[in-house]
Design a protein around this ligand. Structure first.
Ligand code: ATP
Length: 610
């Protein structure tokens, strides 16, 4: 800190930090702004700006932010951090929104954001929700302000539960809670009974339901329990250590007994922080958290599907519009206790609410029920490609596939252009409506990536669609993982059959190698250094993919022109560096060669799946 400088942060300092980090809130206490003499308090504010999972902040973040804070305050000038950061323009500012949640027992009311309109009542409530905790950091004690456990899943992503009384009435948390219990009750409307119960049988449509279990596609990834969420919790060091042993992570306790984890999950965790940073808003920003309506606004019609992370229902709003409602599953109660909300769903809501593209499914709003279950209301799509191809008699024609591939590639290009990896592209995550529009859904595994690349978890992408670099244990990966999945999808659309149906990771690799030939250092620089490369695979030196997709066939094999085969080969290229990008794929000659891509309106329509 510059000598003689009065270390009281000015709003402009906070503004600078906000520009750098997106979410540094100066929370005034009753004496005005706190004194961030060495940046510690700003760090604390910043950390707690991330209501979602404050514990995901690692020590290196604290140190880095502290340094940046100090530099900014010292220089008195806007100075970007040294580290190169590239982020998507996703609006990751959910924690800035404070929302009164509507459910049967609560009244909807939007609140203004803390940063833009500080309000004494909200501040008092926030302050009363905080506890002070000491944590050793590099030998010093840093005072951290930590939020008490959230009262609702939504509280953890910015929805703060407020009773409907005027905010001035809240002096402390207890009182707030008390009032919460006595607050106004809305009379249940005609839909209440359908949503009030968790029972999915009550609508009597069980026989019509198509319940898809996650085991349908063999080798669906198991949710990485940590995903960077929990590794930074000092209290959970035992479980982390055992996880480290399981996952070959390097874990050490420093002299203060603080966990220092050096692994890809830690890196993933660091990047989680960037997930929440803001650069610029995307073209559309659904400000859904300004007021979560009640699920009782919708009439539940039937269950469409049950996946790993959610149950999807078909429902109708009061205007008669059909929508899809995805009820967020809390798989692990610890998620709720510790983080207030499943991270996968948080990512999904965040991304879908911020992105607007014809090939990305639209989220209209987020609603809650009277048990604080959270539902994403999405535009309704009549089909998913997995279900469709299971029931289709004949595969799609070449011009159909071209039309679908174009839409898929446009969606993937949009994601990649916006620094997002989907990481779970597969036919069941591609939806089709009766207007011939293909849309990508299920962003539970999606994440931002940056340059330079960081190591992330490899337990992503459903096994059949998983790129060889992931199967071989590469921790640094990028957009090419999605492009491999796109290649598998292209083959599946043409053949009406998944391309590589491995029964385990090793079998998946075997199936890939049997078809494409064994990779080598010659065609894939760096292959031999991958953790899985040393395993003993049977040797198959040739690329036999053409046998599966010949130029002509008398036995009903899916046919593919040389140009089409070239595109498929480029998508299924071993070396991720050489694998074709979405942009280049869209410009591939196959889309200009006859038969031309069919226009959406002329795609075949299919009977409804209800
Ligand atoms: N907007 C929608 N309209 C119609 N059906 C949908 C919609 N979104 C999802 N579905 C259906 O629900 C299924 C599961 O959705 P989704 O993949 O989002 O859930 P999930 O729990 O994340 O599933 P998974 O186990 O594949 O990860 C889809 O395959 C599709 O059949």
């Amino acid at each position: 800190m510059a000598a003689g400088r009065v270390d009281v942060p000015r709003r402009s300092d906070v503004g600078k930090l906000n520009r750098v980090y997106g979410h540094v809130h100066a929370i005034p206490d009753k004496n005005g702004y706190d004194n961030p003499s060495n940046g510690r308090n700003l760090v604390a504010w910043h950390k707690n700006g991330f209501n979602l999972a404050p514990r995901r902040w690692g020590l290196e973040d604290v140190v880095r932010v502290k340094n940046d804070v100090t530099r900014i305050l010292d220089d008195g000038a806007q100075q970007p951090p040294q580290k190169k950061r590239k982020f998507s323009p996703i609006v990751w500012d959910l924690e800035e929104k404070e929302v009164r949640i509507s459910s049967r027992n609560r009244v909807v009311s939007a609140a203004t954001t803390l940063s833009s309109h500080p309000s004494p009542c909200k501040l008092s409530n926030i302050v009363s929700n905080q506890a002070v905790k000491k944590q050793p950091v590099n030998g010093n004690l840093i005072e951290e302000v930590e939020h008490l456990p959230p009262k609702s899943p939504l509280a953890d992503f910015g929805c703060v539960l407020y009773p409907s009384q005027p905010c001035q009435q809240f002096q402390d948390n207890e009182q707030g809670q008390d009032l919460m219990g006595k607050e106004n009750c809305q009379a249940p409307n005609i839909f209440t009974s359908r949503w009030a119960s968790d029972s999915d049988d009550e609508d009597g449509s069980q026989s019509e339901e198509k319940i898809r279990s996650s085991s349908l596609e063999s080798g669906e990834f198991e949710r990485d329990e940590f995903e960077g969420d929990r590794v930074l919790s000092n209290q959970r060091s035992c479980s982390v250590l055992s996880a480290c042993q399981d996952e070959d992570m390097e874990c050490k306790l420093d002299s203060n007994g603080v966990m220092d984890i050096d692994d890809m999950r830690d890196e993933d965790a660091v990047m989680e922080q960037s997930d929440l940073d803001v650069e610029e808003p995307a073209g559309r920003s659904v400000n859904m958290l300004l007021g979560c309506r009640s699920v009782f606004e919708y009439e539940r019609l039937n269950k469409i599907s049950e996946g790993t992370y959610g149950i999807v229902y078909r429902a109708k709003d009061k205007m008669g519009e059909i929508v899809a409602l995805k009820k967020v599953k809390i798989l692990d109660r610890r998620d709720l206790e510790e983080y207030g909300f499943p991270l996968t769903s948080l990512r999904e809501i965040n991304i879908l609410a911020s992105f607007h593209h014809p090939s990305i499914v639209k989220v209209k709003e987020v609603v809650v029920d009277d048990h604080d279950n959270v539902y994403m209301v999405m535009e309704y799509m009549e089909h998913d490609f997995k279900g469709l191809m299971d029931s289709m008699k004949r595969p799609f024609s070449t011009s159909d596939v071209k039309c679908l591939m174009q839409q898929l590639l446009e969606g993937v290009k949009y994601l990649h252009d916006n620094w997002v990896l989907h990481r779970d592209l597969k036919t069941s995550n591609l939806l089709l409506n009766n207007q011939g529009e293909l849309k990508i859904c299920d962003f539970g595994m999606a994440r931002q990536y940056g340059s330079p690349l960081k190591p992330y978890t490899t337990k992503v992408v459903t096994q059949w669609y998983r790129a060889p670099e992931l199967l071989l244990g590469a921790k640094k990966y990028s957009t090419a993982v999605d492009m491999w999945s796109v290649g598998c999808i292209m083959a599946e659309l043409l053949a009406k059959e998944p391309l590589f149906k491995g029964t385990s990771e090793i079998d998946q690799l075997r199936k890939i190698f049997d078809t494409l030939g064994n990779p080598s250092e010659k065609i894939w620089a760096g292959f031999s250094e991958l953790p899985g490369a040393k395993a003993n695979y049977s040797k198959q030196p040739y690329n036999l993919l053409r046998r599966k997709f010949p130029a002509a066939s008398f036995i009903g094999s899916p046919v593919l022109s040389d140009t089409g085969f070239d595109l498929l080969n480029r998508l299924l290229t071993y070396d991720p560096e050489k694998r074709i990008t979405a942009d280049d794929a869209l410009n591939h000659d196959w889309f200009r060669e006859l038969p031309l891509p069919k226009s959406k309106e002329f795609l075949p329509t299919f009977p409804p799946k209800m």
